[in-house]
Ligand binder design. Structure first.
Ligand code: ADP
Length: 265
């Protein structure tokens, strides 16, 4: 623990005295440390593609000058690195926006089934490229909840995109949506949304830290797949903002399931 110690003088009935106060500042210290770690992580994550870009610019100015084939190859890599920086900045902005709004409860009426349909159709191209099958199971009757449509769509996008990225060719990513009235036992809890995949799964050791910013099970694989390491942190904050809960279950070799429960309210 870390204490802040202050010494001052006081006047007591019995005469002048000395006052020593101890304040436990461990939680503050921890927040400060987390902020410093975050800034260091962001700087590192931004510098990596920037360093690559600067290297390629030098190569284009020098050795690759007059070699159109090499130029085209380097430009393609530069484009990918610039896109990576753009994704990272986009995710950082999303995270800070969600954090800023976390105390304001969203009140739009949202139809979760619409969101599932829109998200899956938006990701069908990506799934096809990756050789992953997308499936959905939804209640027949329409219903709505109060929420922020853009943010809930982001939750679904991030979870389904992770399934596509990590589950691998031949895998199935399945989204199920349970209307509150279809699940009498869960009625009090709200709408239940699950995103499960038949991928390689995650060692249970990692599960508690998975929603931390920049936490990755395999950094190399995440970067290769275009991951920023912020997707699940964004999901967690959006679910919190909706007063919902999230559970992650995984069995190595069999797959992973994310369950989000949102109050109907
Ligand atoms: P990233 O941008 O790296 O995908 P996320 O915050 O979305 O960051 O996820 C954190 C880490 O959790 C990933 O790097 C990956 O190791 C792991 N992960 C997330 N979803 C899955 C999944 N469906 N299957 C296996 N691993 C996953």
């Amino acid at each position: 623990a870390t204490y802040r110690v202050q010494v001052g003088s006081v006047v007591l009935d019995s005469g002048p005295g000395v006052l020593v106060s101890f304040e436990d500042v461990t939680p503050l210290e921890r927040v400060g440390q987390m902020r410093r770690d975050f800034v260091a992580n962001v700087s590192h994550e931004l510098r990596t593609p920037l360093t690559a870009l600067m290297g390629f610019i030098e190569t284009l100015k020098g050795p690759a000058r007059g070699d159109p084939v090499a130029q085209a190859r380097f430009l393609a890599v530069m484009e990918a690195e610039a896109a990576r920086m753009n994704r990272l900045i986009g995710d950082l902005l999303s995270l800070s926006r969600v954090e800023a709004e976390e105390r304001v409860r969203p009140t739009d009426r949202v139809d979760p089934a619409d969101l599932v349909r829109a998200t899956l159709s938006g990701l069908s191209g990506l799934a096809e490229e990756a050789g992953v099958t997308l499936e959905a199971a939804m209640p027949e009757r329409a219903f709505s909840i109060s929420g922020d449509a853009d943010q809930l769509r982001q939750v679904l996008t991030n979870l389904v995109e992770n399934g596509i990225k990590y589950a691998g060719r031949g895998a199935v990513v399945r989204v199920t949506l349970g209307a509150p009235e279809m699940q009498p036992r869960l009625r009090a809890e709200g709408v239940v949304l699950t995103v499960s995949d038949s991928g390689p799964g995650i060692d249970p050791l990692h599960l508690p830290r998975l929603t931390e910013r920049f936490y990755r099970v395999d950094g190399h694989r995440s970067r290769e797949k275009g991951g920023t390491g912020l997707g699940l942190a964004i999901v967690k904050h959006i679910v919190n903002r909706h007063r919902g809960r999230m559970r992650i279950e995984s069995e190595p070799g069999r797959g992973t399931r994310f369950t989000v429960v949102l109050p109907v309210g």
